[in-house]
Ligand binder design. Structure first.
Ligand code: SF4
Length: 365
């Protein structure tokens, strides 16, 4: 297939779904990692189309959802400082902290600004030399190269009023932690195609051989996802566990070497806390000591700010695939996109928001 609309072709999608139903001897439990994939599955009703043949559970692949509450509180602490201009992607502004969110602080006069790229944040620091510009750098392996480039650009420009509040997480350690959990039900994974476009396939190959679990690197359109599911079901039915690449139009085995080099120059891996889940070994990226001058947590001494997650929010169980958003007692009543209790209801990529938007709570089983 050559064109995007072919990846949304209903005739091809129905044929793939029929083949999955035909191949499947039992309801296999499969997890997509990326929140973008979750939304496609919900939007096109693929979960319902495959009911009885495949159970889809939704992984911790939404960067906003896994950013710990204390990092939101640290961003809010920064935004309250007179000398700071806090810069972020739009989604982060609505994520509730312990007592407020960045949107409310902005409405109250805080200097909080939305950007679409870290380069915009660097340019802002250049144009506002009297301000301390802090960029809230969140994301997975996909955004890390651009954030690394922003640091390198700021260094080259000699900016001493630009820093990052870093909340970077890595997908493979999260899958490893999930597979080690005694509560794990997942039998196959759709790996995030955009992440693999950057980092390549090697880490996922290691997971396949370590845990004997099939993984298919998948794209983001309905036909991509149905094809990835079909590849997983065929492997599971045949008792095979291999890494396969459905998203060949974007992912190469080695990934994007220049992007990997930029990340390796600026960041290093260390243990990182995930929202609700807790600390996962070597699952985060942190600025290397030689780039400490760009580390907002160090500059503004934020390490002591800690927070407790709201007990009502079961986002950890949702993000680990143990429960569905509709299992949460707050879903759709005390927690809605207009008044979210937890991050998975805020983000456009969150599983709870997807269930709400596509009305899964109204589906009669
Ligand atoms: S519905 Fe709201 S409170 Fe429940 S898990 Fe999702 S985000 Fe948390």
């Amino acid at each position: 297939m050559k064109y995007l609309d072919e990846y949304r072709d209903a005739r091809i999608a129905r044929a793939l779904a029929a083949e999955i139903r035909r191949c499947s001897s039992r309801p296999w439990v499969l997890m997509e990692i990326c929140g973008g994939q979750t939304h496609t599955l919900m939007r096109y009703g693929i979960d319902e189309l495959l009911r009885g043949s495949v159970e889809l559970v939704h992984g911790p692949g939404c960067p906003v959802c896994v950013t710990p509450l204390e990092l939101i509180d640290r961003a809010i602490n920064l935004a309250r400082r007179r000398e700071v201009t806090l810069v972020s992607y739009g989604d982060m502004l609505r994520v509730p902290g312990s007592d407020t969110d960045l949107f409310h602080l902005k409405a109250e006069g805080g200097d909080v600004r939305i950007v679409y790229s870290p380069t915009d944040a660097v340019n802002l620091a250049r144009s506002l030399p009297e301000r301390k510009v802090v960029f809230f750098a969140i994301g997975f392996e996909t955004t890390a190269p651009a954030h690394a480039m922003a640091v390198l650009q700021a260094e080259r420009l000699g900016l001493n009023n630009f820093s990052l509040l870093v909340s970077h997480v890595l997908v493979p350690p999260a899958i490893r932690s999930l597979l080690r959990s005694p509560k794990n039900r997942v039998q196959g994974f759709i790996a995030p195609g955009h992440v693999c476009t950057v980092v390549g396939c090697r880490d996922y190959e290691e997971l396949v051989s370590e845990f004997r679990v099939p993984i298919v690197v998948g794209g983001f359109e309905p036909v991509d996802l149905l094809e990835a599911i079909r590849m997983l079901v065929i492997q599971l039915e045949a008792g095979r566990t291999e890494l396969e690449n459905q998203y060949v139009r974007s992912v190469q085995y080695e990934g994007n070497r220049p992007a990997q080099a930029a990340v390796a120059r600026v960041f290093e891996a260390a243990d990182r806390k995930w929202r609700g889940i807790g600390s996962i070994p070597k699952s985060g990226l942190f600025l290397k000591p030689e780039y400490a001058a760009f580390d907002a947590e160090r500059i503004f001494n934020l390490h002591d700010i800690c927070a407790q997650e709201p007990p009502e929010c079961i986002s950890a169980e949702v993000l680990l695939g143990h429960k569905k958003p509709t299992d949460c007692t707050a879903f759709g009543n005390r927690c809605t996109p207009d008044k979210p209790l937890g991050a998975p209801m805020v983000s456009s990529e969150g599983a709870c928001a997807a269930y709400y938007q596509y009305k899964r709570h109204l589906v009669t089983l």
